[in-house]
Ligand binder design. Sequence first.
Ligand code: COI
Length: 354
Amino acid sequence: MEMKFEARSDLKEKPQGALGFGKYYTDYMAVVDYDEDQGGFHDARIVPFGPIELNPASMVLHYAQETFEGLKAYKTKDGRILLFRPEKNAARFANSNDRLSMPKVSEEMFIGAIEELVKLEKDWIPTGEGESLYIRPYMFATEAQVGVHPAKSYKFMVICSPVGAYYPEGVAPVKIWVEDEYVRAAPGGTGFTKCGGNYAGSLKAQEKAEAHGYTQVLWLDGVNRKYVEEVGSMNVMFVIDNKIYTAPIEGTVLPGVTRDSILHILKDWGYEIHEEHLAIEDLMQAAREGRLQEAFGTGTAAVVSPVGELCYKGEKAVINNFETGPLTQKVYDTLTGIQWGDLEDKYGWTREVK
Ligand code: COI
């Protein structure tokens, strides 16, 4: 895909010190317009990062036709730039768009726009411990129409942010609130997509969790509020009796790229994997009996994030003495070792940006 380039004269200062997550943005962004009456996608360009103009009637502002992705660019010790399984993000983005009646972005256009932008912004890829360039592709309805129907015009955009750890705790155990009132997704809904609406509906529970001193919410299934699904910004895995439990991908849980990669790694290490509905009562019982050995979240932003405590209906379960467990640490080291190019990529997951 040919992308026009508009240079800026005033390059920004790179941030110093702790990056946090999503606080800084790079100099440029990628934009591609879509108009049904112009034959689809057109005017692919890289322009200075900055405000965009939107008609107040743009449909995204009223009916939330919006989807997004998250992936990272890593700089290796010998200066190469790696992406991690971007074709998985491209495929999920296409599935999200399909579910929201939005035009699909081809893998070629999705990865092409990302690679162009990352090449240009390579000096923004931070190289401190655990740091990377977070890439946020997204698309939204721009048609000015307050009648409800799938829009006829959209913008596909990519922005980048140099990041460190997602959670204020850094790579350290987080406290998770098991939500038994609000739900995130129901069968037939949009739970498997990355659409902004899923996150908007989750914030109330997130606020509740934070008010109780917890970092994130663990969602239960939307029908019975019984089975464990996922955490606000990551999938979640439990180690019980040396076996791995995680929710199956059946439409309500996000099919995480990190989740899939870690399940591959764990299978290779000989672990028995149970992708099945785990009742919260059984999980709490395993914790009471000392059989819940470790728990960790998995996600692009969160990477591998140990869970140190669960709180369900007032009962607290502290996991592994609120310390990062040995398997969690090994999974973290292996995954990040592949992502940052320090370990052999025997799965062929990394893609060099040249
Ligand atoms: C990611 O892990 O990339 C996410 O999109 C999760 C969150 C920041 C919304």
